[in-house]
Design a protein around this ligand. Sequence first.
Ligand code: NAP
Length: 248
Amino acid sequence: MSRVEGKVAMVTGGSRGIGRAICLELARRGALVLVNYLQNEAAAAEVVAAIGAAGGEAAALQADVSEAEQVAALFKRVTREHGALDILVNNAGITRDNVIMLMKPADFDIVQATNLRSCWLCCKAAARMMMRKRSGSIINITSVVGIAGNGGQTNYAASKAGIIGLTKSLAKELAPRGVRVNAVAPGFVETDMTADLATEIKAAATAAIPLGRMGAPEDIAKSVAFLASADAAYMTGQTLVVDGGMLM
Ligand code: NAP
């Protein structure tokens, strides 16, 4: 198991779903974990308690990571309380699906702000502290939809494709400073985000997955933890697809 002993990690949107699993996995592998959330304080507290019960260390940090001022305040607090981040996972994300004829500009804007702008803002803040240390690992959560596209998700797919371009560009910028930047592209994962999909849509999507099941948040978390660790020391600018073979 790739360890991240003694590292300070922050996961945006760590209160639920894939982010929650990433928090638990990084803590299990030895990191102190900062659990960012938007509004679900109880869920974030539950993640912190679960990590504590397993003998790990964690704290919850509220911030809307799509807002520049809130991100600045968040990173100020991280610096004050924990020094610097070693690992940043940009996981916060939302969907506002619709066919383009019915999609409102506001549905486009909020998805770009929550998924892509937040990633850029947090990368910028983390890059400053990681460049100073000449080490660090950033993992951005994209989606197979950002690679393959998906009808009804023009806004979401654009944000996730943007994350892949951001990841490669920042990887090139930061490699000479010893900082690695990678992305993980989950396929179809069982979380609140996919919970409301119609049974027929879920059945059709699952039928298209060679490994024959939807992903569990833990499947994604293990790949993120690997990229965060020194076992991935020679990997940067990559998009690791974790989708049960759906995309191939
Ligand atoms: P989820 O269960 O809906 O959880 C979303 C998380 O994001 C929550 O912790 C939420 O916080 C947080 N969040 C939302 N807006 C935020 C903001 N402005 N600032 C800070 N935190 C915010 O989602 P998920 O399915 O785990 O998805 C996690 C990531 O994986 C997303 O980037 C998603 O696009 C990506 N992904 C998911 C799938 C899938 O099938 N589920 C597939 C591919 C990619 P609160 O709890 O406070 O609301």
